[in-house]
Ligand binder design. Structure first.
Ligand SMILES: Cc1cc2nc3c(=O)[nH]c(=O)nc-3n(C[C@H](O)[C@H](O)[C@H](O)COP(=O)(O)OP(=O)(O)OC[C@H]3O[C@@H](n4cnc5c(N)ncnc54)[C@H](O)[C@@H]3O)c2cc1C
Length: 417
């Protein structure tokens, strides 16, 4: 019992934790109601970018807030009733859009992203899927000079943190991505970035590696967890099967809030930044060499194994609220202005949630007042990139070893759960 760990959730975060803890000699069981990497870790844009250290709630948010609140853009929609029900989250999120909080978060995320980049590159090789990685960066596109000028804070932040970028004019952009239509006078090429052509397949390959190294995965919905004795936890599956483990890791992504409330009475301050995706063909042999982010159009277009994946911006609402396809339609219209997209390749768009805490940092570490309960969730827009670094931090803490950097900004104790 002493070294047994049950990890709840087999998205990129749970699977990465499983591999890390297994490598440290723990006896690990991974539980998920579905197969690994089928939820947010499947549907994301597949970008691993050092530039993701700038969270949505940065000081530049105030200038764009009046426009965003009109609820008409493709990049951000919100449900006022959801915000009213989650007012402490919304106020907490906005209160972090000030210089000092931004600095703390950017510094913390930078360390996590850098650690994760190394760990991902190692895992991609070990899992036999290094061919899925493209070291070609990603490109932010601007539809006007003013839009580019408005990103000064981000560009200064990239420079301060040593993120390699290159500003491009229309001509240079046409050389970099010849299939784009000439509607962008400016662009910023984030060179310190990579992407994969199928995040879901990457997570599956990591899960297979965990199994090949002797790990166990159970496909089961976990109904509850409870302490069984002073130093053990009971994990109860739907249907009644019970396991015991000395430690539990909660890595349920956007389901963590509901599960932690029901099973443990914890109040996780999480909101859901939902996003849709759809795959498209490309007309006339057009192609992209790297993901693009059309900042005015409010979408990301990533070349994937299945086709070109168009992913939308944020829909801030309840995790299970009915679908609203307006954002995807607007994004598709904008993307057709920028690139010769062909037909949709699926009947139904994919929908998933980015799990976001008020300070845009995940919680990584042991839960205050619940010995043996470990937390790894809240990775907002960057969980696919930062799963492996999260695992490295959590593993070091669980083993009582020094971390690669100070984990304090990620501690659970910064919130009253
Ligand atoms: C449109 C979009 C684009 C994105 N683009 C990027 C990007 O380019 N780069 C990037 O780094 N990040 C991106 N993200 C964010 C990233 O996808 C998430 O942060 C990340 O996938 C979260 O991983 P996770 O393991 O925490 O959660 P998930 O992948 O959601 O995994 C949680 C798991 O818990 C399981 N589960 C839930 N409840 C139970 C239960 N009771 N019992 C058993 N199992 C349960 C689920 O089945 C699921 O497998 C994007 C997100 C979206 C929505």
């Amino acid at each position: 019992m002493k070294n047994t760990v049950a990890i709840l959730g087999a998205g990129i975060v749970g699977v990465s934790c499983a591999l890390e803890l297994q490598g440290r000699g723990f006896d690990v069981t991974l539980l998920d109601r579905t197969s690994p990497g089928r939820e947010a870790s499947y549907g994301n844009a597949g970008v691993l970018a050092r530039s993701s250290l700038v969270p949505f709630n940065n000081p530049g948010l105030w200038a764009s807030l009046p426009k965003l609140l009109k609820n008409t853009s493709a990049s951000f929609r919100h449900d006022p009733a959801f915000i009213a029900r989650n007012l402490p989250w919304a106020l907490g999120f906005l209160s972090r859009a000030r210089a000092s909080a931004f600095e703390e978060t950017a510094t913390a995320l930078d360390a996590l992203i850098r650690l994760s980049g190394e760990a991902h590159r190692r895992l991609l090789v070990e899992a036999g899927v290094a061919h899925r990685l493209r070291e070609t960066g990603w490109v932010f596109l601007y539809r006007s000079e003013e839009a580019f000028a408005g990103t000064r804070l981000s560009r200064e932040t990239y420079e301060r943190f040593g993120v390699a970028t290159q500003a491009l004019d229309a001509h240079e952009l046409a050389e970099l991505e010849p299939s784009l239509k000439p509607i962008f006078p400016r662009a910023l090429w984030i060179k310190d970035a990579a992407s994969v052509d199928s995040p879901g397949r990457v997570v599956e390959a990591y899960a297979q590696l965990f199994i090949a190294r002797g790990g166990r995965i159970r496909q089961a919905l976990v109904d509850k967890i409870e302490r069984s004795q002073a130093d053990a936890w009971r994990i109860v599956e739907e249907g009644g099967t019970v396991h015991e483990a000395s430690r539990v890791v909660l890595a349920l992504g956007p389901w963590t809030r509901e599960f932690a409330k029901k099973a443990l009475g914890l109040h996780v301050p999480m909101a859901f930044e939902r996003g849709y995706h759809m795959h498209y063909g490309a007309a006339g042999g057009a192609s992209l060499r790297r993901p693009i982010y059309d900042t005015g159009g409010g979408y990301v277009l990533s070349p994937m194994e299945q086709g070109l994946r168009l992913s939308t911006g944020v829909q801030l609402t309840a995790r299970d609220a009915p679908r609203n396809l307006v954002q995807l339609e607007l994004a598709e219209r904008a993307a057709r202005e920028a690139f010769p997209l062909d037909q949709r390749l699926e009947a139904e768009p994919w929908l998933g949630s980015r799990p976001t805490l008020p300070d845009s940092r995940p919680i990584i570490g042991e839960c205050t007042g619940h010995a043996g309960l470990w937390l790894a969730f809240g990775h907002q827009h960057i969980g696919f990139s930062t799963g492996p670094g999260t695992a490295a931090l959590l593993g070091a803490m669980m083993a009582g070893e020094p971390c690669a950097f100070d984990p304090a900004p990620f501690r659970a104790s910064r919130f009253q759960l």
